[in-house]
Write a protein that binds this ligand. Structure first.
Ligand code: CP
Length: 317
């Protein structure tokens, strides 16, 4: 593996999932693999899970980690080629990426969608520029359109919990939120689910369709109750409108997930990437129920990051 931006960078997902589950049983089995090497983690947005699970994964592999909170601690980056930098930006991304490549053997970077310029976000402008100028492998810690380490952890969680001898029904349900939220988690979950053997349904109010590039052949069901029927897994996530880019639309029904709504499921397991707005997106009773997998997902972030770092280190030995 030379880079990790999406499921397209995975040669064989089934094998990768089994390898991650194997690592989970003995996380220190390759504790010398990264010895003498450095992982750089660059955050242009906040993080709890991604930052700490990736750092822990690196530690398990013997990698040293440098973390740069680029939005708070570094010089303000310029992204335009040929810019006359006589304004608020201080360092061009081409210089930052090349300098960081001198210090790091692998770089992870997080940069969310700005949700104001659809073309810039959907073309992954920041990630493309960073990769263009960096000279070491790059992994996504969440880009404008995708969150692959989260989706890999979600796939590991489903693989561990899925019913035996039955293709699981997985439902991604839109949930309410007070802020305009990027599409990366929803897009990415759809992209990865489309590569697994499951019945995959996405439910959301009209106007909240995700980019069809990622949803592909998933069933879109606008009636949440119909979508939830017989579900084995329910994944809750908010996103803003893609069509009316970044906007929050009026919705008539209440889309917050409750135990009452889950009665039609097949005793579904509950998933959310966290952080979650409790009692806005989903009720406490659901999140705190025995069927909730939210902490297992967070735990599996470490093994998702570890198998990706391991693959990249092994490719560059
Ligand atoms: N799920 C997730 O990516 O969490 P953080 O934003 O805290 O990293």
């Amino acid at each position: 593996m030379k880079r990790f931006f999406s499921v397209d960078d995975v040669a064989n997902l089934d094998v990768l999932l089994q390898e991650a589950i194997h690592i989970k049983k003995n996380p220190l089995q390759k504790s010398e693999l990264g010895k003498g090497k450095t992982l750089g983690l660059v955050f242009l947005n906040s993080s709890l899970r991604t930052r700490l699970s990736t750092q822990k994964a690196a530690q398990n592999l013997g990698l040293n980690t440098i973390i740069l909170n680029a939005n708070q601690e570094a010089w303000t980056w310029e992204f335009e080629d040929g810019a006359i930098m006589n304004g608020g930006t201080v360092e061009h991304i081409k210089d930052a990426a090349q300098v960081l490549s001198q210090y790091c053997d692998i770089i992870g970077i997080r940069c969310f969608a700005g949700l104001t310029n659809k073309e810039e976000d959907t073309s992954e402008k920041v990630f493309s520029l960073f990769e263009k100028y960096a000279s070491v492998p790059i992994i996504s810690l969440e880009s404008a359109t995708l969150h692959p380490l989260q989706s890999l952890a979600d796939c590991i969680t489903i693989e561990e919990q899925k019913p035996i001898n039955k293709k699981p029904k997985v439902v991604l349900t839109w949930a309410p939120h007070i802020k305009s939220i990027p599409h990366a988690v929803g897009n990415s979950f759809a992209q990865w689910m489309n590569k697994t053997d499951c019945e995959f349904v996405i439910t959301h109010p009209k106007g909240y369709e995700l980019d069809p590039k990622f949803t592909q052949n998933a069933t879109i069901e606008y009636n949440q109750e119909v979508a939830l029927q017989d579900a084995d897994f329910v994944y809750i996530k908010n996103w803003s409108s893609f069509e009316k880019y970044g906007k929050i639309l009026e919705t008539e029904e209440d889309w917050m997930l409750t135990n009452e709504k889950l009665k039609v499921t097949n005793n579904a397991k509950i998933m959310h990437c966290l952080p979650v707005r409790r009692n806005v997106e989903v009720s406490d009773e659901v999140l705190d129920s025995p069927n909730s997998l939210i902490y297992q997902q967070a735990n599996n972030r470490t093994y998702a990051a570890q198998i990706v770092l391991q693959k990249i280190l092994e490719s560059n030995e």
